[in-house]
Design a protein around this ligand. Structure first.
Ligand code: NDP
Ligand code: HEM
Length: 527
């Protein structure tokens, strides 16, 4: 962005010609427009003339200004920046060129978002925040499409559309109603860890600058020696974690729906560039099978004591978009986009996301969405045999051969970037994961060991406020899950809802000793 661009991006100096004069207004084909205020009519009082092409073009463009919004994460904002490696220990684990040496810089674009709301929805609501980073590496674009939470609501991707439906307006009235979400969550106990984070103070960040980002998923790294490591990425805010009081957040949602977008824009305009320290947790490939937590279960974290964080580098956001639509709305991130040295993992959710995003982009932006400047591999050369399609405008490979193999010098494969083979086994079937699954331990740890008494109180207040309008059967089912994670948590929310916890929790669980809790059934028989 030019240094002269004033706040809010109005008055772009590109509108002036070389002599500093205003440019002539033209149609899209370059014809000067004599009058942009009065359409051509037969006499001063009309009717209009069919020959007024300028008017028709103006209206045709206007009628097509909107593109489909993202089905999730529709509301967001973004900025450009730089990643700098500060510790090249990571190059022991990966051949990725962007991590090869200390001081190495890589350009990037980031988009932050809420999940459920539509494109104009307020920023300051309780919702996970999207944390999507596109690194323009010299080996192609790597998209780290994460959230500000280290876990997620579900562990099988086939549940994703149902889950998202519960977050949006109900189909009948088109209104917001907390019933579907509590119905779904109480019937999907794997969501407990994520909703604990969501209803904690971190559920409404003070700004995008004041939150962490997580890959959430386990991904993989591989090096030149053919060794694979499982990895989780953590972007820790250097501004410190800050959150909004829920009442203040409601006020702000009414006063300024773009509160977080404006905060980021203003900070960057003022030269107050936000930074995050990128850290990784690394697990050697062979440890995955032995670890008592399934490392590919997106509802669980790797405790820091087991896999300590290793510093990698700093991400700084230092450039606002020149044009919000072109740089942010048309940005397209995808977990499928990796580079040599970085790859996926068996995490079923991650596998489910790999085809989903580019499919969404082809619907939202068209088959050639990677020709849009913000999505181009800016620091790598794209070379392949794909051709044609709507809006293809990058030269379309000129007159070069459009098939492979060929004898005319077209692009060729690079076998040395292939990831090491991954041993997998098992009968093809539909499985509900059973082994190394525990929906309650980590949420319980967070409640007991991570949160202060005040934070626990706020958590239980936030749960009760949200559940208060919901049918009692659903409330009781959810209370039993809280109780299983920690009895004080179940009792605390029950009291706030004026319910008796004994009515919600299965007798066997109520009477269980500590070592029997894990196996005990959860929910009492409900009427
Ligand atoms: P640690 O004590 O090392 O980590 C606890 C982590 O909890 C902190 O590092 C912080 O993550 C996060 N945290 C602190 N306060 C809050 C809050 N109010 N709301 C949400 N998260 C908060 O212990 P463990 O690694 O053994 O993890 C214990 C529990 O902490 C886990 O079961 C999980 O629920 C939660 N947690 C763990 C994370 C991990 O990757 N290990 C990450 C986030 C939460 P951060 O440093 O990322 O800000
Ligand atoms: C956006 C699918 C889970 C983070 C999207 C989009 C789709 C999608 C279709 C819209 C893409 C677009 O139109 O640009 C899915 C599916 C999931 C899933 C099928 C599970 C099976 C997750 C998880 C995370 C996540 C677990 C984080 C860890 C994001 C982010 C965006 C997004 C950050 C917005 C990207 C942007 O800013 O443009 N998702 N998602 N999603 N998703 Fe997911």
């Amino acid at each position: 962005m030019s240094e002269d661009t004033p706040k809010h991006g109005m008055g772009d100096p590109d509108y002036e010609n070389e002599d500093g004069e205003k440019k002539t207004l033209t149609t899209n084909s370059g014809e000067p427009v004599p009058d942009n205020q009065n359409s051509r009519s037969a006499g001063p009082e009309g009717p209009l003339l069919m020959e007024d092409y300028h008017y028709f073009e103006k209206m045709a463009q206007f009628n097509r200004e909107e593109i489909p919004e993202r089905i999730v994460h529709a509301k967001g904002g973004g900025a450009f920046g730089t990643f700098t490696v500060t510790n090249d220990e990571i190059s022991d684990y990966t051949m990725a060129d962007m991590f090869s040496e200390e001081g190495k810089e890589t350009d990037l674009v980031v988009r932050f978002s809420t999940v459920a709301g539509s494109r104009g929805a307020p920023d300051t609501v309780r919702d996970p925040r999207g944390f999507a980073v596109k690194f323009y590496t010299e080996e192609g674009n790597w998209d780290m499409v994460g959230n500000n939470t280290p876990v997620f609501f579900i562990r099988d991707p086939s549940k994703f559309p149902d889950f998202i439906h519960t977050q949006k307006e109900v189909p009948g009235s088109g209104l917001n109603d907390p019933t579907p979400q509590w119905d779904f969550w109480s019937l999907s106990p794997e969501s407990l860890h994520q909703i604990t984070t969501l209803f904690s103070e971190r559920g409404i960040p003070a700004s995008w600058r004041h939150m962490n980002g997580y890959s959430s998923h386990t991904l993989s790294l591989y090096n030149d020696e053919g060794e694979r490591y499982w990895v989780k990425f953590h972007f820790k805010t250097d501004q410190g974690i800050e959150n909004l009081d829920p009442e203040k957040a409601k006020e702000l949602a009414g006063e300024n729906p773009h509160y977080h977008r404006e905060d980021l824009w203003t900070a960057i305009e003022e030269g107050n560039y936000p930074t995050w320290t990128l850290k990784v947790q690394i697990m050697p490939e062979e440890e995955a099978e032995e670890y008592d937590i399934n490392p590919f279960d997106l509802t669980r974290v790797w405790p820091h004591d087991d896999y300590p964080l290793i510093e990698v580098g700093t991400m700084e956001l230092n450039e606002n978009p020149d044009n919000f639509f072109q740089d942010v709305e048309e940005s397209a991130f995808s977990p499928a986009h990796v580079v040599p040295g970085i790859a996926h993992s068996p995490d079923k959710m991650l596998q489910g996301r790999i085809p989903s995003y580019d499919d969404a982009h082809r619907y939202r932006l068209g088959a050639n969405f990677e020709d849009i400047p913000v999505n181009q591999p800016k620091n790598a050369e794209k070379a392949n045999y794909h051709q044609n399609g709507f809006m293809r405008s990058d030269g379309n490979n000129g007159a070069g051969p459009n098939y492979e193999p060929n004898s005319f010098g077209g692009p060729v494969e690079k076998p040395e970037v292939e990831q090491p083979p991954l041993n997998i086994s098992g009968d093809a079937d539909r499985y509900e994961m059973q082994e190394r699954i525990d929906n309650y331990k980590q949420p319980g740890d967070m409640f007991r060991d991570v949160m202060s008494e005040e934070q626990r109180d706020h958590l239980m207040d936030n749960f009760a406020d949200s559940m208060e309008p919901v049918d009692e059967t659903i409330q009781r089912r959810q209370l039993a899950h809280f109780y299983k994670a920690d009895p004080d948590w179940g009792r605390g929310v029950a009291e706030r809802l004026d319910l008796d916890i004994e009515d919600a929790v299965d007798d066997e669980l109520l009477e269980a000793d500590d070592d029997e809790v894990a196996e005990a059934p959860v929910v009492a028989e409900l009427l």
